[in-house]
Design a protein around this ligand. Structure first.
Ligand SMILES: NC(=O)c1ccc[n+]([C@@H]2O[C@H](COP(=O)([O-])OP(=O)(O)OC[C@H]3O[C@@H](n4cnc5c(N)ncnc54)[C@H](OP(=O)(O)O)[C@@H]3O)[C@@H](O)[C@H]2O)c1
Length: 335
């Protein structure tokens, strides 16, 4: 059997282009004791994939040139020399941008495959994405009833859960997103209080109207100009869970710092950067709560599935031009 693999061949400058990755075919190795062979079914595409391609300081080593591109996958075991995994088991792990993955002992975690839960949910609501929104919003942001919460990239995977969790806490929630369709979805479908289209509206002025008493919690997914606009509208003792900086991931050169940094001092605000992997020992707690709220109809989650491993590099661009409608996933093979 041949294994198609996306290999990182050139570090991108700006957006990923046709030179960045190459699709190669490799033979599958024999399994050693403790290993299992997983057929990757779904590949999670995440903004951080672009960061992993760059040789810069980050929370994991950058992907080496010549290596298979790193990525989280859900798949099925097709051969096993690991006593804990059987053929047919659904598993999740760092399966990479490839058809098959040889998982060493302990690398693949078994999923609850009840025939009811779509496997794609494990890459979204019931995975890292859900945990990121859960701990970032509920623990770091810690919104109180009646407080004003703002979320950027609010219609995306993490953002759409973050806004709903803040609503469940009884906060007033304002989402910031890049199109009228996304803003309408946030208000009409997710039931948040207001949405701002940062491409067509002046975020600073709109926030002043919508949050005259200031922003108590800002869940930052973007950094950049949106962060500056929110910093200029903080309430006293504001909390800022710093989740991501997507406006900077494809930037070339050294970006400008926040112009309104001084607001943090004047408003006695707290910014806390977090990496969700640090919360791994507590994922069970988050996933149980998210699954319960989802089953009760209190959380909605949309998934944007692109077909074909060969589409992965192009599809990644959707995260940066905003054309993804929810959690972006590549379907590598039929489940
Ligand atoms: N800290 C952690 O451990 C952790 C874990 C997971 C994710 N994250 C971060 O969470 C954020 C969201 O990730 P996600 O997986 O949920 O992706 P996503 O929100 O589903 O997709 C990314 C969205 O970002 C928006 N965007 C792209 N470029 C932008 C720009 N220049 N300015 C403003 N918005 C822009 C686009 O929406 P619009 O149409 O609204 O522009 C796009 O749809 C990212 O920053 C990611 O790095 C952090």
């Amino acid at each position: 059997m041949k294994n198609r693999q996306w290999i990182l061949v050139k570090r991108p400058v700006g957006n990923v282009d046709d030179e960045t990755l190459a699709l190669r075919s490799a033979a599958l190795p024999e399994l050693a004791d403790g290993e299992s062979l997983v057929r990757n079914l779904y590949l999670s595409l995440d903004p951080t994939n672009r960061v992993w391609m760059s040789d810069m300081e980050q929370y994991l080593p950058p992907v080496a040139l010549g290596a298979v591109m790193r990525g989280i996958t859900v798949g099925r075991v097709v051969a096993s020399r690991d006593p804990r995994l059987s053929v047919g088991d659904a598993v999740q792990g760092m399966g990479g941008w490839q058809d098959y993955w040889v998982a060493k002992a302990g690398e693949a975690s078994k999923l609850r495959d009840d025939g009811q839960t779509p496997l794609t949910l494990y890459l979204g609501l019931l995975g890292m994405v859900g945990c990121t929104a859960y701990f970032g919003m509920l623990e770091i942001g810690d919104p109180q009833p009646g407080e004003t919460v703002v979320v950027s990239a609010a219609a995306g995977a993490v953002g759409s859960l973050a806004v709903q969790l803040a609503k469940l806490r009884g906060a007033r929630v304002i989402g910031i997103a890049g199109s009228d369709e996304k803003c309408a979805w946030l208000v009409d479908e997710l039931g948040i209080d207001a949405a701002i289209n940062y491409r067509s509206e002046k975020v600073h002025a709109r926030l002043r109207e919508l949050a005259p008493h200031g922003v108590n919690v800002y869940f930052d997914n973007t950094g950049g100009a949106i962060l500056d606009a929110v910093l200029a509208n903080l309430a006293l003792n504001a909390r800022i869970p710093l989740c991501g900086l997507i406006s900077t991931y494809t930037a070339t050169g050294r970006g400008a710092g926040p112009a309104n940094y001084g607001a943090l001092l004047v408003k006695r605000a707290m910014v806390k950067g977090f990496i969700i992997l640090d919360y791994a020992p507590r994922f069970g707690e988050a996933i149980a709560a998210l699954a319960k709220w989802y089953a009760e109809g209190k959380l909605k989650f949309r998934v944007d599935v692109v077909d074909g491993l060969e589409q992965a590099p192009r599809a990644l661009g959707k995260l940066f031009d905003g054309s993804n409608q929810g959690k972006l996933i590549v379907r590598i093979a039929a489940p």
